[in-house]
Design a protein around this ligand. Structure first.
Ligand code: VGL
Ligand code: ZN
Length: 189
């Protein structure tokens, strides 16, 4: 936990949705382990007046990323379904900013910055430093962190609050994020 969260920080919770947790359509092993860790960060952020953003994968039916269309993934996170809902134990406050992505039926978007207004909204809010956690470490967290660095934010990955689809790809993603300039809140286990 950083000693000094301020209003120039933001907490960004990436895709902590039922379909990415055990029992979901695209389950990540122990994906739900991130929930209690993120809840602590949410509490700390609220206390410090640090704004909270939460992205969600929000696909239309027949999305290009689905196996039915030759994509790499099973059908997942279809808009308005229970699988697309945030994990029920995640304690997002009512004033958290929800960022929906992957809404174009013919184009996938892994990063929370991809064709969303997230960067503008963060800048308008005066945010300089981002604390990122969520799912999946090797897919949407990776893409989001890399874009956040490119957009000029100081980015810290909360490594205890992210889990990969594939462990090997997860390790690669850690290296890539680190090389790009992202920092780690604590040693990677
Ligand atoms: C994600 C696979 C497909 C993610 C989204 O949120 O990491 N992974 N769509
Ligand atoms: Zn998706």
């Amino acid at each position: 936990m950083p000693a000094t969260l301020t209003s120039q920080d933001a907490l960004l919770v990436v895709d902590v949705q039922n379909d990415f947790c055990p029992g979901g359509a695209l389950p990540i092993e122990r994906g739900d382990d991130v929930v209690p860790v993120l809840n602590e960060w949410i509490d700390a952020a609220r206390e410090a007046g640090t704004p909270i953003y939460a992205s969600r994968d929000w696909h239309p039916e027949d999305h290009i990323s689905f196996e039915s269309r030759g994509g790499p993934w099973p059908r997942h996170c279809v808009q308005e379904t229970d699988g697309a809902a945030f994990h029920p134990q995640l304690r997002l406050p009512d004033d958290a900013v929800i960022i929906s992505k992957g809404q174009d039926v013919d184009r996938d978007a892994y990063s929370a910055f991809d064709t969303t207004d997230l960067a503008d909204r963060l800048r308008e809010a005066g945010v300089k430093r981002l604390w990122v956690g969520g799912l999946a470490q090797d897919v949407c967290v990776r893409a989001t962190v890399l874009d956040a660095v490119k957009a000029g934010f100081e980015v810290h990955l909360i490594s205890s609050a992210t889990r990969p689809v594939d462990p090997e790809n997860g390790r690669k993603a850690i290296d890539e994020m680190q090389q790009a300039g992202a920092k780690f809140e604590e040693p990677v286990s």
